[in-house]
Ligand binder design. Structure first.
Ligand code: HEM
Length: 187
């Protein structure tokens, strides 16, 4: 790993810092119907430098940590961490995430810069049967609350970060679109 100060984080540069937002909405599965939870959250993106894989691929990126709390009781009800990495040679963005339920996602995609503004949009996805970008989970979740797909769109424009994400679950005998989204400001 090189000295962080020498690194060009490319399209990820605009994410660096700490973000807060209180306009979140979570739609989660219930045995019958769904549960809608307005939320607030903090996400911190920290530069970690570069890694070299097989002496060939160089990834640069950020480690992140997200803590999400229900507005109704101010209690944290979701914790998530991982990495956003950029492969400058191919333009590929990888988003690796872990949640405490022992479910992990390695999603991939690209970053696009809006020609009319400074906004950068990241669109990434993963699927259980996707040979490239996939999902791993503990046996209980595999059997009872399987994550089968994940896709997300993050747009950073100056000090505003907007995201929407959909986690497709196989739970309670049906497919469920578990969705989250929020607008955050850099603090
Ligand atoms: C802002 C992000 C997220 C929030 C606020 C959130 C919140 C929730 C909530 C409230 C539930 C219902 C069960 C419970 O009350 O604990 C749930 C279920 C679940 N979530 Fe999330 N979630 C988020 C993101 C994710 C992501 C990224 C994944 C995986 C890729 C995921 C996977 C699951 C799974 C597998 C369940 C089913 C477990 C169950 O209901 O027993 N979630 N989530």
């Amino acid at each position: 790993m090189a000295d962080n100060s020498e690194i060009d984080y490319g399209p990820l540069t605009g994410l660096i810092g700490t973000w807060q937002g209180d306009k979140g909405m979570d739609v989660a599965p219930e045995p019958v119907g769904q549960s809608d939870s307005p939320y607030f959250e903090t996400i911190t993106f920290t530069p970690i430098g570069d890694v070299t894989n097989a002496e060939e691929q160089v990834l640069v990126g950020l480690r992140y940590h997200q803590t999400v709390s229900r507005k109704s009781n101010n209690k944290t009800f979701h914790d998530q961490c991982g990495y956003w990495m950029w492969d400058a040679a191919t333009g590929t963005i990888s988003h690796s995430l872990l949640i405490p339920r022992a479910v992990g996602v390695i999603a991939g995609g690209v970053a696009k810069t809006d020609p009319d503004s400074s906004a950068v949009t990241f669109e990434i996805k993963a699927g259980l049967h996707n040979p490239d970008w996939t999902i791993v989970q503990q046996p209980f979740m595999r059997d009872k609350a399987k994550t089968v797909a994940f896709h997300a769109k993050f747009t950073v424009d100056g000090d505003t970060l907007v995201y929407t994400e959909t986690t497709v679950l196989d739970i309670y005998g049906k497919k469920f679109q578990h969705t989250d989204g929020n607008t955050l400001k850099r603090i």
